[in-house]
Design a protein around this ligand. Sequence first.
Ligand code: S3P
Length: 442
Amino acid sequence: MRVRAAPHGPLAGTVRVPGDKSISHRAVLFAALAAGRSTVRGLLEAEDVMATVAAVRGLGAEVTREGEGCWTVHGCGTGGLAAPADVLDCGNAGTLARLLLGVLAGHPFPAVLTGDASLRRRPMARVVRPLGAMGARIEAREGTRLPLTVRGRLRPLPLSWRSPVASAQVKSAILLAGLHAPGVTVVEEPSPSRDHSERMLRAMGAEVRAETLPDGRHRVAVRGDVELAPLSVTVPGDPSSAAFPVAAAAAVPGSRVVVEGVLANPLRTGFFTTLREMGAAVHWMRPREQGGEPVADLLVEGGRLRGVEVPARRAPAMIDEYPVLAVVAACAEGTTVMRGLAELRVKESDRLSAIVEGLVACGVEARAEGDDLVVMGRGGRPPGGGVVEARLDHRIAMAFLVLGGLAERPVEVRGAEAVATSFPGFAPLMNALGAAIGEAEP
Ligand code: S3P
């Protein structure tokens, strides 16, 4: 599908974005492990999360859609999932693939996991190795990529694991396997990654401890042999989705947009901090709590932005927002340097190269320098006029549709159906604020 975004003026309005993708995956998956009936409201009804719904159904959990965004899950209890009759298709969802491997490491039956062309290219060794050390047998036809077969055990061995990357997917997979292990399972990461699993597992009765070590590393421990209590949760709005309208508004002087009910977990808000440093007026209003997570309304007013240096240590708190930050950087005055982005190479696409290629196609000067991304802004609308391939990557598709609105000439995105992975209502929401996104003419 080819979608075209034409230049727009100031954006205005109040909107809500769909539920957080990370929390939605976890709510469905964890509820399937609880004994009894969980209720999830505000669930993200997008392709990624529907793959999670299908996977837990394939493993014996009963999942029902009660109304818009409202779902109930009858879980099977810890270790109680049943052998699937068919292959479990994780679609485009890395979070599902990795967390499901953690869950299956605690179940004594074989299951086959696969995914789309994007997911089959992504590294799984980061979870295959620790889960293997816990006793799961995971075999792939080729190396450690999907499709692969996992055969767990009823009682995996407790593990103490040092992850070389700050990855919530790795951390969560190990914690999930640890739920079934006798004793305490520990994961250390170089810096804290998003902590939704820890918060949700605690709310379900698990004993999860987190601490920062004297050398700055982060350690999380879970005590196994636990029966999870059912969940009742309302999923907050996804800050990674809010980033698109917020970015588009921030870069056009005269814009004023409010996004209500956005997850404000400090491990997810690095993009908004960076926008402020670039000179944008971004405010968190009416802070409150929802489903064990901080939530607030985001107000953004457009203005003139300047280039900044984004430190590598901020990357885990805004890892999914670099494509749209690079687009904002193209509109800012001066150079923006984003450091320490090696992980971007193993997302839904190689985002480092996709960003550079897309920006260059739209007349923007940009390059990767090692693991850093450098974007030269010219303090106003970039030329635009390019055709950008989404590469099965929803965030690349949406970032360049934002660029089309901010540029001098329209931008066309090919493979724009990828948007449905996380944000099916993206174009109508943007258009309601004043954007001009529509199907490209044949
Ligand atoms: C996610 C963690 C991040 C993020 C992904 C969602 C999660 O990946 O990029 O979109 O829900 O745990 P990593 O854990 O690989 O950094």
